[in-house]
Design a protein around this ligand. Structure first.
Ligand code: HEC
Length: 193
């Protein structure tokens, strides 16, 4: 063995032994790459002085999927709660009812009929059983009849739909829906033929 070979052998042994003992995570060349200096959401920070540190949404912010005037789930429970508690923010005056009537003619008449008697122009079998708004006999999900449905029930039905009737939330604003409710309420009161 010549001197060089011994030298290389010696270095190799030292290196291999050194790598065996190095069981830690090693030297951190750029610690910020490992330990982010950024602030965690809702974590403590030095920028805002109030104790919660979480920023509040801007006033008037509406959470996704929520409405401003109606916050009931699309479930039967939400439907029943809406019937008991929801309040129409729009007055039942002739102007609002007239607006509702126009919207009703565009979005509801073809199934529910001009008079709300369930005799719209669509005669597909799926829509053969559209109930009349002034019906006093057939029990609905509430246990009461069509003529007894409250504003919240009607708004809920327009928003989420019911069976063959699809939801109209994407076509009508909250204001438009409430105005239609006012008009449907006038149809509920027409005497049964
Ligand atoms: C595609 C046809 C169709 C359209 C459009 C439609 N409906 Fe209906 N609607 C129905 C049918 C069918 C039912 C009965 C569903 C059932 O009880 O199975 C119904 C039921 C209802 C009910 C009773 C809901 C309940 O809680 O019992 C209301 C109120 C109502 N519709 C209002 C409206 C209004 C207001 C519009 C317009 C924005 C409208 N519908 C548009 C087909 C339609």
């Amino acid at each position: 063995m010549n001197k060089n070979t011994i030298y290389i052998l010696f270095i190799s042994i030292i290196i291999s032994l050194a790598s065996c003992t190095n069981s830690g995570r090693g030297y951190e060349y750029m610690p910020n790459m490992y330990r982010s200096p950024s602030l965690d959401t809702y974590g403590q920070n030095t920028i805002y002085s109030d104790s919660s540190n979480a920023r509040k949404p801007v006033e008037g912010t509406i959470p996704r999927g929520k409405l401003l005037t109606f916050n009931y789930e699309g479930s039967l429970e939400g439907y029943l709660l809406a019937g008991d508690n929801a309040i129409n923010p729009y007055d039942s005056n002739s102007e609002n009812i007239e607006d509702g009537k126009k919207l009703y003619a565009m979005f509801c008449t073809h199934c529910h009929g001009d008079l709300g008697d369930g005799k719209g122009s669509i005669n597909h079998p799926v829509y053969s059983a559209v109930p009349a708004y002034n019906d006093n006999n057939m029990a609905r999900r509430t246990g009461s009849t069509m003529s007894e449905l409250k504003a919240g029930h009607i708004f809920h039905a327009i928003t989420y739909g019911v069976n063959a009737m699809g939801p109209h939330a994407s076509q009508l604003s909250e204001e438009e829906r409430w105005k239609i409710v006012l008009y449907v309420q006038t149809l509920q009161q027409t005497p049964e033929k």
